[in-house]
Design a protein around this ligand. Structure first.
Ligand code: FES
Length: 143
């Protein structure tokens, strides 16, 4: 009987782990093989992740994740939405202030959420530029 209880316990834990894993991926859609990605930890300790997929020098897909509060979630989602269809250079114009405006404003003690979203977005673009030296050279010639 003890052996059967142990097996049942393991089976229940396995089902819970699989359900959590499935829910994690369902609630956090991600970009397969991103061209640029970043994970930044804010001064508040919250973490944001952004992955970007470029097509013809413009963001075609993007995904985000954060373990932070609702403001953090809104800001990082807005950052990715604002990046869609833009070039790497255009994305660098997306500031924390613009993200704040996009989410309809933030309480003063959460302004940093928008700043962290902008920082994470820019870090993902930097990652893309470093992984695509041809793009960086082309941008350098255009300036
Ligand atoms: Fe830390 Fe929003 S509370 S990023």
């Amino acid at each position: 009987m003890n052996g059967l209880s142990l097996l049942l316990g393991i089976a229940v834990l396995l089902v819970i782990a699989l359900a959590w894993f499935a829910a994690y991926y369902w609630l956090n859609p991600h970009v397969a093989s991103p061209d640029g990605k970043a994970r930044v930890v804010g001064t508040c300790g919250d973490v944001m992740e952004i992955s970007l997929k470029f097509r013809e020098d413009r963001v075609a897909e993007g995904s985000s994740w954060t373990n932070g509060c609702a403001h953090s979630f809104n800001c990082v989602c807005a950052a990715v939405d604002m990046a869609k269809g833009k070039t790497a250079e255009e994305i660098l114009d997306i500031t924390g202030l613009r993200i704040q405006e996009a989410v309809g404003g933030l309480p003063r003690d959460h302004w940093h959420c928008a700043g962290l979203a902008a920082e994470t977005l820019h870090a993902a673009v930097d990652n893309y530029m470093q992984a695509s030296p041809g793009v960086a050279q082309k941008r350098g010639k255009q300036r």
